[in-house]
Design a protein around this ligand. Structure first.
Ligand code: NAD
Length: 314
């Protein structure tokens, strides 16, 4: 990745893509943003709309609608193109349809000479990230999925409410698939270095409340989709946070979908795990000291992801 101009190419200007673009603009996270969509007119309209807010933003971002040739000098290509989840539809059911979409995107992006990082948000995100890695031929550390970043933010928010503390003082993660088999390793959920399970007794909270919180995190997307058809602000902000960590070479820890190569005893799978993120992508996967039961849940979640990838037809 180059030092100097920070360029993001966004493929997919739907609700998720544009929530992300709006967050980028408000947080002044890049210098150039190119919007790409199958629907070129939509991308042009979105570029116009964002440009009209530029005078009220904190920077002078160059925003325009473009094509895959514009990805050649980008630092990050972000993919949120695809078909949105329908009410009641599982994320894995979207897979086959979205794979064809990705073929039509990743091939021209790599043909443009792009040498940066891929960030994938399209669902089922862990499998789509693996597909992106396979289609691009990039080193796995340069291909990142949003993974359980959003689920982890939901968990921290709910734990913050439950204990009446700032979510930023909660250190807890959602691991595994961004989807039905995800889980919270409670042994590793801390409030100011105290395990939250222990704090329940001390602070007069029911420990069953934690199980309810885990269930709420797992079903949050379904509830939002039922109420307003799609989820986009939260994921847009999660993507902006990941972008900031990557472009800023922050070495921050975020739960993204990364390729596992022996960590947590897993191979040949992309899954949500805490990772150190830097300018070169995933610098390091952080291995938490899981209990035996948690290790088993993680292995089961990885197996679900592996099977859906293996079930794909070319
Ligand atoms: P949307 O329908 O609003 O937008 C999708 C966009 O992709 C559209 O503008 C469409 O024209 C474009 N598109 C479709 N095929 C394309 C192609 N071949 N090339 C270029 N552009 C193409 O959908 P959305 O609500 O923005 O959701 C996008 C994706 O993000 C979905 O897969 C959704 O499930 C996922 N999502 C992920 C998370 C997460 O945590 N990772 C959260 C919410 C949504």
């Amino acid at each position: 990745m180059k030092i100097g101009k920070r360029k993001v190419a966004l493929v997919g200007c739907g609700m998720v893509g544009m929530s992300y673009a709006y967050a980028l603009l408000n947080q002044n996270l890049c210098d150039e943003l190119v919007l790409i969509d199958l629907d070129k007119k939509r991308a042009e309209g979105e570029a116009m709309d964002l440009n009209h807010g530029l005078a009220f933003s904190g920077g002078n971002m160059k925003i325009f609608a473009g094509g895959y040739a514009d990805c050649g000098d980008a630092d990050i290509v972000v993919i949120c193109a695809g078909v949105a989840q329908k009410p009641g539809e599982s994320r894995l059911a979207l897979l086959q349809r979205n794979r064809a979409v990705f073929k039509s995107i990743v091939e021209p992006v790599t043909a443009s000479g792009f040498g940066g990082l891929f960030l994938v948000a399209t669902n089922p995100v862990d499998v789509m990230t693996r597909i992106t890695c396979q289609l691009s031929g990039f080193a796995p550390q340069r291909v990142i999925g949003t993974g359980t970043a959003l689920d982890t933010a939901r968990l921290r928010y709910l734990l913050g409410e439950y204990f009446d503390v700032d979510p930023r003082s909660i250190h807890a993660y959602v691991l595994g698939e961004h989807g039905d088999s995800e889980f919270v390793p409670w042994s590793q959920a801390l409030l100011a270095t105290r395990p939250v399970r222990q704090l329940c007794d001390d602070w007069g909270r029911r420990s069953q409340g934690l199980d309810q919180i885990e269930e709420e995190v797992r079903t949050a997307a379904y509830k939002i989709i039922e109420a307003k058809k799609a989820t986009y602000y939260g994921i847009g902000m999660a993507m902006a946070r990941i972008t900031r960590a990557l472009l800023g070479d922050e070495h921050s820890v975020l739960t993204v979908s990364a390729r596992l190569n022996g960590q947590y005893g897993q191979q040949d799978v992309f899954a949500g795990v805490p990772c150190v993120l830097c300018r070169d992508g995933v610098k390091q996967v952080v291995e938490l000291a899981l209990t035996e039961a948690e290790q088993k849940r993680f292995a089961d979640s990885c197996q679900t992801l592996r099977e859906s990838y293996q079930g794909l037809e070319d």
